[in-house]
Design a protein around this ligand. Sequence first.
Ligand code: 5CA
Ligand code: ZN
Length: 411
Amino acid sequence: MQPWSSVPVPRVPGTPRPLRLFDTSAGSVEPTEPGAVARMYVCGITPYDATHLGHAATYLAFDLVHRVWLDNGHQVHYVQNVTDIDDPLLERAERDHEDWVVLAMRETALFREDMEALRVVPPADFVGAVESIPEIVEAVGKLLASGAAYRLDDEHPDIYFRHRASGRFGYESNYDDETMRGFFAERGGDPDRAGKEHPLDALLWRAARDGEPSWESELGPGRPGWHLECSVIALNRLGLGFDVQGGGSDLIFPHHEFSAAHAESLTGEFPFAKHYVHAGMIGLDGEKMSKSKGNLVFVSRLRGDRVDPMAIRLALLDGHYRTDRSWTADALTAGAARLARWRQAVELESAPSAEAAVAELRDRLSDDLDTQRALRAIDAWAEEALTTGGSDAGAPALIRTAVDALLGVEL
Ligand code: 5CA
Ligand code: ZN
């Protein structure tokens, strides 16, 4: 697929700081230690509805990972998928009497626009599930051949993954059996499917059903299971052992556990990703913002209301990416006020020296993306610039560059 277009990220004078991130698998903040090319995969949208502020917050968090790595002189190979065939998409299309392909194309196009407006650096590879079907079929064939997968003896001969096949199942989420079973049932799994060897075995290939889209393949006609989509797209573009596998915390289990287990079974090597990084859930009025609950605030709706996307960006960054938090109208008002203040300050002809503020910005971001403190470092500089003033003629430009490169905010 075509990604959205990118804006150049300027270089910031001064000394970058290497990035440390909380790793779900390790349970602690760990240094990221990418090579010349940092490799990141972030789970993309299922395009059956518009991008809401929860999605946006998650992509902004990983955009900062991208930006801090760029600051440290790495190139970044960033890959993101689009789950453009899956049950939720088909269910929504049926509910709305719409063609599922048209629905997916429209929402994916809107997502691109939203990401561009929010100045998210685009992935180098933006890959749909449908266009990856040949790769997925090949992977299922390998898993069957190695004994990691089996086919149901059923009217619908679906293919399942033996969840313990990699020998490492559970290392990513560290959840106990009961928690795994709960989330498996809640998040797209089918523990009660008759004929499976074990309730936690995950679907790899769903045999064709009447009235459902399917693709001809050497496995028989059908369509791909969800977790393998991300394994294969990541593996074939980044290779095993890439730096960060990312997404929202709702993907910790089963999605990322299985993505890892599938890839590790396919290759016989470990680990799928060096770090598993998860953003907290954004809610509205105390509930997780989700398509199924219908309590959504869309980025496109706010854009339509002429809200400055940079104010949305600042509003979402004024909270720690790992903390579950609520979107409020006040947060947006505060984001807009902060944006106005910063813009006023960078218009000054001279200001207090900005080196210390930029160093603080880098320090805070490198410490597991502590954006709240990072924003306050710029607040403090802007406050002093606008109240006391200063004589450094280069300071406003330095702040403008640093805020652009490291926070993605255009002043
Ligand atoms: N297509 C799959 C991933 S392969 C999927 O989860 N799609 S999604 O459209 O439901 O979500 C897209 C991304 O936004 C995922 O990384 C997901 O974890 C994240 N996300 C979903 N809801 C929220 C929320 N309320 N707050 C923060 N992030 C969210
Ligand atoms: Zn995914």
